[in-house]
Design a protein around this ligand. Structure first.
Ligand SMILES: [Zn+2]
Ligand SMILES: [Zn+2]
Length: 350
């Protein structure tokens, strides 16, 4: 019997009596991070890494039964010993290490190796079995250096200012937006955020992450001249009535999917910026190799190519059927996202 397996509710650990990132209500849930495909409502009790607590309380409810462990802290649960280790994905994101009678499994959740000033860096954890995501598990996905992307965002922002257009940037509210913000130079012009992003900014700042000063996009009077401003908004706000107030705009979209030209065309976006909070193809390979795992289970994304590559490396590998999603701001997102609800909420409020 494997230490972890997928049942109808999620990744189930029988010797521990808990699920990891369950998609249905279960008695006990260990949560890797706050994105809505991993952190869902309804568990009887939650356990997460300490820096993830404010994110989960904000998204799942202030009064959920939630306990936390600091990174690296060990807790005996049932017949297992469990600990959380930084995944470098978003604030509080963790890989979950489960040990049972000398056998060690690590569940990655989502992760990246690229540097990110807004969360703890990915930590490599040795294990026998590594459960990995594979959102960008194709050789074409290789991320450019962050500084290069930040420079192109500033260049685009200045060009829009000269042309009298507001710069509207669509990015996922948890993680991606703060990473973009951390790289912005407030000397170029005012930085505004949609309410859904501003809420997350507050949590990041309270957690000690430094972000440039931002203004809530609903805080200025009608008739405000937006032509010098950059405005961050969730992808769901694109094409919504919320956009009308800005007058002439140029739109930019921040996502790993922007590596592929067609994605931008389908979404009718003026500019794509390639920043992802997931590992690229070399990053996946590097992370997997560093675990020393002889067996690799692949949960979501381009699973087939990664499984084949792993088998060529002499590893045992197979795909796991889960309900996790890839980078959720992709053009082909299938489930109603939380950011949609948040955007609608703000539209109504304004
Ligand atoms: Zn995620
Ligand atoms: Zn995910």
């Amino acid at each position: 019997m494997p230490l972890l397996r997928v049942d109808q509710n999620g990744l189930w650990c029988e010797p521990g009596g808990f699920h990891i990132d369950p998609w249905n209500p279960v008695p006990k849930a260990l949560i890797t991070h706050g994105h809505s495909d991993h952190a869902r409502r309804g568990a009887g009790a939650f356990l997460c890494a300490a820096p993830s607590e404010p994110v989960l309380r904000s998204r799942l409810g202030a009064d959920i039964a939630l306990e936390t462990l600091t990174y690296g802290e060990r807790r005996v649960i049932g017949e297992t010993t469990v600990s959380f280790h930084p995944a470098g994905h978003v604030l509080g994101s963790a890989q979950i290490r489960v040990e049972h009678r000398g056998e060690i499994w690590v569940v990655s959740g989502d992760y990246k190796l690229a540097p990110d000033a807004t969360c703890a860096p990915f930590e490599s954890v040795r294990c026998h079995t590594f459960v990995t995501e594979s959102t960008f598990g194709l050789p074409i996905y290789r991320w450019p250096p962050e500084a290069e992307v930040a420079a192109s965002i500033h260049e685009w922002w200045r060009m829009n200012q000269r042309r009298g257009k507001a710069s509207l940037v669509f990015a996922y509210p948890l993680g991606k937006s703060q990473r973009v913000l951390a790289g912005l130079d407030p000397a170029v012009g005012p930085i505004f955020c949609h309410g859904a992003i501003e809420r997350m900014n507050r949590i990041y700042r309270a957690s000690g992450v430094t972000l440039p000063e931002t203004l809530y996009s609903g805080s200025v009077a009608r008739g405000y001249d937006w032509s010098k401003a950059i405005v961050l908004a969730p992808p769901s706000a694109h094409g919504s009535p919320w956009m009308k107030r800005f007058g002439a705009v140029s739109t930019g979209f921040v996502s790993g999917w922007m590596r592929i030209r067609g994605t931008r065309r389908r979404r009718s976006i003026d500019r794509g910026f390639v920043i992802s909070d997931h590992a690229d193809w070399p990053g996946l390979q590097q992370a997997i190799a560093a675990t020393g795992a002889g067996c690799v289970l692949v949960t979501h994304g381009y699973r087939g190519p990664l499984v084949r590559w792993l088998e060529e490396q002499g590893k045992q590998a197979r795909a796991l059927e889960t309900r996790f999603e890839g980078e959720r701001d992709e053009g082909t997102a299938t489930s109603p996202g939380e950011d949609v609800a948040e955007a609608t909420e703000e539209d109504a409020a304004e």
